[in-house]
Design a protein around this ligand. Structure first.
Ligand code: FAD
Length: 426
C-alpha cells in the first residue's frame, strides 16, 4: 500500500462505528498504517464512556491524558474523517465493497466556534446533562465536557424555547446556524468495524437493591461523576439526599451481573472499578468505614496486584455475601442492607450511609447491520461475522481500557487485510 500513493489505489476506506477508546484506536491504527478511515460517532464528542470517568484503574490517573494523546493523533492524520452526531442507517455490499448510508444530525454550531462561551451565558434554557448521568443540567447550548473533541458547542434544539435565538444573537463569530438540517451521505468502505461500546445495566430493574426507591443508592457510573472535579458536585462525594458526607459507604458487587434474572455473565471490570472508587472515598474520608459486598472478587492478571494493594492500604472491609435487601429509613435516609455473610454463616443487617451498586455492562448493538453475529449473551461475536465485519471493544465483551485498546489495534489489522484485498481485486 505504501508505494501505491493516491487514495483510489489505497483501497476503499475503513468505516468505524463508535468513537470510544476502541473505535478511536481502530481508526488511528488503520490510518497510521496508510488507510483512509471514516469514523462515525453517534454522540457529539469522541472518547465514549472513558471521557466520563474520574480516574483509570490500575494507575489511578485521570483519563484526560490518554484521551488527549488519541485526539492529537486523530487531528494530525488527514486520512481520518470524523463524523459526530452520526449513525449508519443502512449498510449493503460485500467484503471489500460496502456502501453505508450515514445520517448526520445537525449540531447547529459551525467550525467558526471559538469556545468563547458567550452563547452559553445568553442561553435561557436548560437540559438534563446525560454526560453526568442526569445528575446535573446544562444550558440548551453546551460544550459536552471541557476537553471535548471536536471542541465545539452543540445545541439540544428540543430544549430551546419557541423562536429563541439568544445564542445566535450573542455569538460574534457567526458560528450558530439554527436552521441547519440533518443530512445523509454515502460512504464506500472495504471493512466495517463495530466499536459501539456499552451502557450500564438499568439498576432500576434490580428491585431488591433499592435504586430509584432509596435516595442514597447510586450506581458505579454515577460515582465516577460524583468524584470527578468537573462533575455535578465538583468532585465532592456526598449523599444525594442531603448533600452531606456519608457516615459510611458500601459497594454491592454483581448488581445485575452473574444473575440469571438480569445479566448471566460477569461484567469483568466491576470489581476493579469498585476498588478504584473505594480509593476516591478514602481520599476524601480517611476514617470512614468502607465495605465491599462480593460474591467473588474477580481481578484477573495484573489487576490482582491492584486488588491486594487497595484492600490492604485503603482499609477496605471485604464481605463475601450476596445482598438480599436494601431498605431506607424514612427520616434519616440511611440504608439498612441485609446480606448473607457467607464466611460467618449468618444473615446480617447493617446501616450504610451511601450505597454504590456495581452495575454491569450491556453491549450497544441496537441498529447495527445484520452481518454482525451475536453470542449467547448479546455481545458481538468475534467469529462467524461476514468477512470485512469486525467487532472491537466492549460491544464484543466486557473489558478494561487496556484490553479495549489491544482490541482496537487487532481490528485495525483485520480491516487492513480487507483494504489490501479490495485494492488488489477492486
Ligand atoms: C463503573 C466503571 C468504571 C470503569 N473504570 C475503568 C477504569 O478505571 N479503567 C479501565 O481500564 N476500564 C474501566 N472501565 C471499563 C471502560 O469503561 C471500558 O473498557 C471502555 O469504556 C470501553 O471502550 P469502548 O470504546 O469499547 O466503548 P465506549 O466507551 O462505550 O464507547 C463506544 C462509543 O460508541 C458510540 N456509539 C454507540 N452506538 C453507536 C452507533 N450505533 N453508531 C455510532 N456510534 C455509536 C458511543 O456514543 C461511544 O462514544 C470501567 C467500567 C465501568 C462500568
Amino acid at each position: 500500500m505504501a508505494e501505491s500513493g493516491g487514495v483510489e489505489k489505497r483501497g476503499k476506506p475503513v468505516l468505524v462505528m463508535g468513537g470510544g477508546i476502541a473505535g478511536m484506536t481502530a481508526a488511528i491504527e488503520s490510518a497510521e498504517a496508510g488507510c483512509d478511515v471514516v469514523l462515525v460517532e453517534k454522540g457529539p464528542y469522541l472518547g465514549g464512556r472513558v471521557a466520563r470517568m474520574n480516574q483509570y484503574f490500575p494507575k489511578l490517573c485521570p483519563p484526560t491524558c490518554g484521551l488527549e494523546i488519541n485526539f492529537q493523533r486523530l487531528k494530525k492524520n488527514p486520512g481520518i474523517e470524523v463524523l459526530t452526531l452520526a449513525e449508519v442507517e443502512k449498510l449493503s455490499g460485500s467484503p471489500g465493497a460496502y456502501e453505508a448510508t450515514v445520517k448526520i444530525a445537525p449540531r447547529f454550531v459551525t467550525d467558526a466556534c471559538t469556545l468563547c462561551g458567550a452563547c452559553e451565558q445568553a442561553c435561557p434554557a436548560e437540559r438534563t446533562n446525560d454526560f453526568d448521568y442526569g445528575l446535573s443540567k446544562t444550558k440548551a447550548i453546551y460544550l459536552p465536557f471541557k476537553m471535548a473533541y471536536p471542541a465545539k458547542y452543540v445545541i439540544e434544539r428540543t430544549a430551546c424555547p419557541e423562536g429563541c435565538k439568544a445564542c445566535q444573537d450573542a455569538c460574534t463569530y457567526n458560528a450558530i446556524e439554527l436552521s441547519e438540517k440533518a443530512r445523509t451521505i454515502t460512504v464506500e468502505a472495504s471493512a466495517v468495524v463495530a466499536a459501539t461500546g456499552w451502557r450500564p445495566y438499568d439498576a432500576a430493574k434490580i428491585d431488591n437493591l433499592g435504586f430509584g426507591r432509596c435516595a442514597n443508592v447510586i450506581t458505579n457510573v454515577m460515582m465516577e461523576r460524583f468524584a470527578a472535579p468537573d462533575g455535578p458536585t465538583k468532585g465532592s462525594i456526598v449523599r444525594p439526599s442531603d448533600s452531606k458526607a456519608p457516615a459510611s459507604a458500601a459497594f454491592v458487587q454483581c448488581a445485575g451481573s452473574r444473575d440469571e434474572n438480569h445479566l448471566p455473565y460477569c461484567s469483568a471490570v466491576c470489581c476493579s472499578a469498585s476498588l478504584k472508587q473505594a480509593t476516591y472515598l478514602r481520599a476524601q474520608y480517611p476514617e470512614m468505614p468502607i465495605t465491599i459486598y462480593y460474591i467473588d472478587i474477580r481481578t484477573p492478571g495484573r489487576l490482582e496486584d491492584f486488588y491486594q494493594k487497595v484492600a490492604e492500604e485503603q482499609k477496605i472491609r471485604l464481605v463475601k455475601g450476596k445482598v438480599a435487601k436494601v431498605e431506607e429509613d424514612a427520616a434519616t435516609k440511611d440504608l439498612l442492607v441485609t446480606f448473607e455473610d457467607v464466611l460467618a454463616g449468618k444473615k446480617v443487617a447493617e446501616k450504610v450511609g451511601l450505597l454504590v451498586l456495581a452495575t454491569g455492562i450491556v453491549p450497544n448493538t441496537e441498529g447495527l447491520p445484520e452481518g454482525f453475529k451475536k453470542d449467547d449473551f448479546g455481545f458481538l461475536a468475534r467469529k462467524g461475522a461476514k468477512g470485512g465485519f469486525i467487532a472491537a471493544g466492549c460491544v464484543s465483551r466486557p473489558e478494561e481500557v487496556s484490553a479495549t485498546v489491544q482490541d482496537g489495534t487487532g481490528a485495525a489489522l483485520k480491516a487492513l487485510q480487507s483494504v489490501v484485498r479490495s485494492a488488489h481485486h477492486g
